[in-house]
Design a protein around this ligand. Structure first.
Ligand SMILES: CC(C)(COP(=O)(O)OP(=O)(O)OC[C@H]1O[C@@H](n2cnc3c(N)ncnc32)[C@H](O)[C@@H]1OP(=O)(O)O)[C@@H](O)C(=O)NCCC(=O)NCCS
Length: 285
């Protein structure tokens, strides 16, 4: 029997359909709230390569776009309603093949629902997964530190890098960037809040931990192994939530890898709740 779903190149009117699809996906299963930001949505789903999949009533049930090709991999953005089934999946995969013939396909999904995960049956295909967590900034406690802290400046930036490097070096997939590259990546963002970002130091000015605040997010935080379980992570987090409230942000957001139970425990104990999941899936053709 022929599928009742049809994949079509997007027309100019389909940007609106994409916005509606993103809103429905976020409403049903949460995910990255930036999906509703028009600039973010255009970067994630470039119009030239956008394909929409409609059901028999013309409703857009999924959208796919090629973001870039590398030597052997094609990178796609994918959104699909929580009703996604095997017919929609086969339209998604044949649409992907029309956009790129690279043997490895990587699908970036910023709003994951259980049925979307099922269209990638091999558990190893889900190679990256983060919870999206948030909490209101209202009634945020005031931070107290028993160590020295400094905000981000050109002078303190290398100390932030040391704190990052020592905190993350044992995490799986640690990218091990150079100090210059890492610092450049942070200051590149127009939404980076230098004053609200802190590095914690001991009496000898050795970095113990750090937190970076960007837009309405706790972008990155870490505590070096020798300083853990002494309350520094909680103090840095409390500071960041309070700072976001002072900046007028109603909610504090963060993303945390599903394989990081220590950090999830910290965030939950500080009032953050899981509001969605974002993942990358790999598929070989
Ligand atoms: C996650 C991390 C920042 C926690 O820092 P920390 O200074 O040890 O945290 P705290 O001492 O303030 O702990 C606060 C609470 O978090 C929870 N927690 C922290 N580490 C935990 C662990 N290993 N196991 C269980 N709960 C833990 C506990 O509820 C703890 O409260 P408690 O000590 O009263 O039980 C630190 O482990 C770290 O840097 N990890 C590597 C980098 C990283 O994963 N960063 C976050 C990426 S999103």
């Amino acid at each position: 029997m022929a599928s009742s779903f049809v994949a079509q190149r997007a027309t100019s009117r389909d940007r609106e359909s994409l916005d509606k699809l993103a809103a429905k996906c976020l409403d049903a299963h949460g995910g990255l709230p930036q999906l509703l930001d028009p600039d973010f949505a255009v970067a994630l789903f470039p119009h030239e390569s956008l394909i929409v999949i409609r059901d028999a009533t013309q409703q857009v049930v999924a959208a796919l776009a090629l973001t870039h090709d590398s030597d052997d991999s094609a990178f796609f953005s994918l959104l699909a309603l929580p009703t996604v089934n095997s017919d929609v999946a086969s339209e998604i995969f044949s649409a992907a093949a029309t956009l790129s013939q690279r043997p490895t396909q990587i699908f970036r999904c910023e709003s994951v629902n259980p049925r979307l995960s099922q269209i990638f049956p091999d558990p190893a295909s889900q190679f990256f997964s983060e919870y999206v967590m948030s909490r209101p900034t209202e009634n945020a406690a005031s931070p107290t530190f028993s160590v020295i802290t400094q905000p981000w400046t050109d002078d303190s930036a290398p100390r932030f890098f040391t704190a990052y490097h020592e905190s993350f070096r044992e995490r799986p997939g640690f990218p091990d960037p150079s100090s210059a590259q890492w610092i450049a990546d942070q200051v590149e963002s127009e939404e980076f809040h230098r004053e609200a970002s802190l590095v914690a130091l001991d009496d000898q000015r050795t970095p113990l931990g750090f937190v970076l605040v960007d837009d309405d997010q706790i972008w990155q935080m870490g505590v070096v192994p020798t300083a853990r379980r002494q309350g520094l992570g909680r103090a840095l987090l409390t500071h960041a939530v309070h700072a976001l409230g002072t900046l007028g942000k109603p909610d504090a957001w963060l993303n945390v890898n599903l394989n990081n139970p220590d950090a999830i425990a910290l965030y939950e104990s500080a009032g953050f709740e899981i509001v969605g999941q974002r993942s990358r899936f790999r598929r070989e053709i």
